[in-house]
Design a protein around this ligand. Structure first.
Ligand code: FAD
Length: 388
């Protein structure tokens, strides 16, 4: 059978951002090809696993604003595919009251009138008896927050994309990109052409961008995804009204610590450190640094006394981190029909539906729905003089 080789748009990478971008393009009647190097589903990138946190609580207004529409688009995909993708649990934001990050979260929640509860120490002890609030710490609950069912969400976006006529080719690694008014993409199986190309390659973004002489200041880090056993099963479960949580600062931790109520593995609570050690995406598990696990063990023993303080299960994932931890959502500086979505810095999943919409708008030459100045490549000028 003759294979179709010509498309309106090609998307490289079927993680959360590529899947939602392809879904948006198909909704805009674009003949779209989504290429993925590994057989789907896979656990080699950043979007695998069963759960992610969704929240409006952020340090910056622009993320909180984007979340308004994100919640609507997540609900839309739920309706379109008749699938539950979201469970509301709220998120506890906790940290020293005089610390900058905690204050930024509180101010953003207030300024944007996000439904929030402030817990006094007494209320905290009553509502969350298995967590510790130290003297001088504040506690807020963003009640809009909850858990996204990540694997299920990817499947839903992929199947809806296909139902609109979109084509997914997995197990097809992109080996070369030839820019031009028609972009040519080469895989081991042949060549495909399209009017525009969107690169959402997660930790492999720079490998692909090197075909076009561009290198972004991205650092790929391995995250030890740690699951901690409840001493009494269910203590920290969503059914026991345990929220997700985010600790803005704690002794010995330079970055945030976050967790989700026990869910995917009964009796185990997922808690991670919001940074890891540098790795190469194709050699991820050669990185064996356990510094983050030690920081987490200490945190668990102090703040979550109902958990065993050694992880029961450790899985692997990767973040692709920019210097300011903000995303890259932009056109290639020279090839305007090549669009880049990268550097999601460990907090991009919840934004998938809006990221997809923005990347689709950029590829169609539409005015983007959001001010993209925080996400421009130009902001890295000092980091990457040679390639801009
Ligand atoms: C442990 C962990 C917890 C997290 N928790 C949260 C959270 O609670 N909330 C939240 O919002 N975010 C969270 N994140 C972040 C979020 O998961 C990521 O920001 C998001 O998954 C990034 O998606 P992506 O599509 O950019 O990358 P990826 O999922 O890595 O997708 C990129 C895809 O491109 C493919 N690809 C690469 N090169 C090629 C090629 N040459 N040819 C073909 N295909 C190619 C890859 O195989 C991969 O499938 C978390 C991340 C981790 C690791």
């Amino acid at each position: 059978m003759l294979q179709q080789r010509d498309y309106d748009c090609i998307v490289i990478g079927a993680g959360v951002q590529g899947c939602f971008t392809a879904y948006q393009l198909a909704k805009n009647n674009q003949r779209t090809l989504l290429l993925e190097q590994f057989l789907l589903p896979h656990s080699r990138g950043s979007s695998h696993g069963q759960t992610r946190i969704i929240r409006k609580a952020y340090e910056q207004d622009f993320y909180t604003h984007m979340m308004e529409e994100c919640y609507q688009l997540w609900a839309q995909l739920e309706r379109e595919t008749n699938t539950t993708l979201f469970r509301r649990t709220g998120i506890l934001v906790k940290g020293p009251e005089d610390e900058r990050d905690f204050q930024l979260f509180r101010e953003t929640l207030q300024r944007n009138r996000v439904p929030t509860e402030t817990l006094t120490p007494d209320e905290f002890a009553r509502r969350l008896p298995h967590m510790v609030l130290q003297t001088g710490e504040g506690a807020l609950i963003d009640t809009t927050a909850g858990v996204l069912y990540a694997d299920r969400a990817l499947r839903a976006a992929q199947s809806y994309f296909q139902s609109l006529g979109g084509v997914i080719k997995d197990g097809e690694k992109v080996l070369n990109i030839q820019p031009g008014s028609t972009v040519t993409v080469t895989t081991a199986s042949g060549e495909y052409r399209a009017k525009s190309l969107i690169i959402t390659a997660g930790p492999w973004a720079n490998t692909l961008l090197s075909h076009m002489g561009l290198q972004l200041p991205l650092t790929v880090v391995k995250i030890n995804v740690c699951y901690w056993r409840e001493k009494v099963p269910g203590t920290y479960g969503a059914d026991a009204h345990c929220p997700c949580f985010l600790q803005t600062a704690s002794e010995g931790a330079e970055y945030h610590i976050y967790g989700l109520p026990s869910n995917e593995y009964p009796g185990l609570v997922k808690i991670c450190y919001h940074m890891g050690s540098e790795t190469e995406p194709d050699r991820r598990d050669r990185q064996t640094d356990q510094t983050d696990v030690r920081i987490l063990s200490r945190f668990v023993s102090i703040y979550l006394p109902g958990l065993e303080p050694e992880p029961a299960v450790v899985e692997s994932c990767m973040y692709t981190v920019t210097p300011d931890h903000h995303f890259v959502l932009d056109r290639h500086p020279t090839h305007k029909n090549i669009i880049i979505g990268a550097g999601f810095s460990g907090h991009g999943f919840k934004f998938g539906p809006v990221v997809g919409k923005i990347l689709c708008e950029l590829s169609l030459g539409k005015v983007p729905s959001y001010d993209l100045s925080p996400f421009r490549i130009q902001r890295f000028q000092t980091h990457m003089k040679s390639s801009l």
